[in-house]
Design a protein around this ligand. Structure first.
Ligand code: ATP
Ligand code: MG
Length: 376
């Protein structure tokens, strides 16, 4: 089987490097309603890009323009060097998996997986080897003879993935593939998808999800959509650590956003700002100018009760609530009239509501974000 996986991974030579997905100023409108507004985005070959954003922000629409089920009203879609904007879905060499499995209920698992191969009129011997190979890649080889109704939700979704990769697509589109599954199965499926991508490193994946932890775990880059527009795009870690605006900070992970003022640049990338009467220092990653009023983004786990470094920032506050969640303690506290939230390792003696606390955070861990009131 390892040999066959290798064969799948190296796929046909024309797919090498030719699987880049390009959106160039792609807009989609229904009547006068613009639901995708001049989207420009590149997914490099072999990358996983996650598109996240609130309901109705245009994620599925973007994905469907790549699949060919939605025609852009303007702009171009490319796959590799091909302009596919006007190609039929069938001619795009794309595998797609949607939320609700959509397996054919009257076909056994193996016939579901063979479906796209038969539609492409591939020779029977290829179908006979591809079906078990694809099922093996998602750990479903033993279920070939079952009907979809005889499988759990997670198993059905694995079969749907096997069906999508059986045609050896250049591009795999996943639209909330795990959202119908419960939390524990979702976590193990995320691991499965990561493994699948290790087995098929040339496959370019566009992954639409509501679930930011799926995006953070799987994606090389993340795009954050809102109202049909791409509001933020970046490699996963930088986007999390240095969100470019309030919306990105709050949508990807939890964020405390402290209103700060009177920015004065320090050495390197850092700057000093005032939070009420307290001077704080932070990364000025977005290069905001002297005197700016902006937001300081502190992730809940960056607040510490112990001072780790001499140059840490400190804030004092009053504890409002303490919540134990098994592997963490969540503490909310009031500092200067703002309710802030911290997450820590479980403590044997956590602070009590009403107690005063001093929290510390390193300038290296926190970043200044432009205040963007029009969109915030
Ligand atoms: N065929 C259609 N006709 C009219 N409006 C549509 C059509 N399809 C989608 N829309 C609208 O386009 C907008 C974007 O929809 P889309 O399905 O892309 O959102 P989404 O980000 O995937 O949301 P969700 O997270 O809920 O799946 C929505 O306002 C939706 O109502
Ligand atoms: Mg959707």
């Amino acid at each position: 089987m390892a040999e066959k996986k290798g064969a799948a991974a190296t796929a046909a030579p024309e797919t090498q490097g030719g699987s880049r997905i390009g959106f160039e100023n792609v807009s989609v409108a229904y009547g006068s309603l613009v639901v995708l507004d001049s989207l420009t985005l590149t997914v490099n070959p072999g990358e996983i890009v996650a598109l996240i954003g609130p309901s109705g922000s245009g994620k599925t629409t973007a994905l469907r323009t790549v699949a060919g089920f939605v025609r852009p009203s303007a702009g171009r879609i490319t796959i590799g060097d091909r302009d596919v904007t006007h190609l039929a879905p069938y001619d795009r060499n794309i595998g797609m998996v949607v939320q609700n499995y959509a397996l054919f209920p009257h076909l056994r698992v193996e016939e579901n997986v063979a479906f796209g191969l038969r539609a492409r009129r591939l020779p029977e011997d290829i179908i006979r080897s591809r079906v078990p190979e694809s099922l093996a890649m998602v750990g479903m080889a033993a279920y070939a003879k079952r009907y979809p109704r005889e499988l759990s939700g997670g198993q059905q979704q694995r079969v749907a993935i096997a069906r999508a990769i059986a045609i050896r697509p250049q591009v795999l589109l996943l639209d909330e593939p795990l959202s119908a599954l419960d939390a524990q199965i979702r976590r193990s499926m995320v691991d499965e998808i990561a493994k699948l991508h290790r087995d098929l490193p040339a496959l370019t994946v566009l992954y639409v999800t509501h679930d930011q932890s799926e995006a953070l775990t799987l994606a090389n880059h993340i795009g954050i959509m809102r109202d049909g527009k791409l509001r933020a795009f970046g490699d996963t870690q930088s986007l999390f650590r240095h969100p470019p605006n309030r919306f990105a900070a709050e949508f990807l992970g939890r964020a405390n956003l402290l209103p700060v003022s009177g920015l004065s640049p320090l050495d390197g990338n850092r700057a000093r700002v005032g939070f009420g009467n307290t001077a704080l220092s932070a990364q000025n990653h977005h290069g905001m100018p002297q005197g700016s009023d902006c937001l300081l983004c502190v992730r809940p786990h960056d607040f510490k009760l112990q001072q780790a470094r001499d140059d840490s920032n400190s804030l004092t506050g009053i504890v409002r609530s303490v919540q134990w969640q098994g592997d963490v303690h969540n503490i909310t506290f009031d500092a200067g009239g703002h309710e802030l939230r911290m997450t820590s390792m479980p403590m044997s003696e956590p602070p009590q509501p009403g107690a005063s606390i001093e929290v510390h955070f390193s300038a290296a861990d926190v970043t200044l974000v432009p205040e963007d009131s029009r969109h915030g």
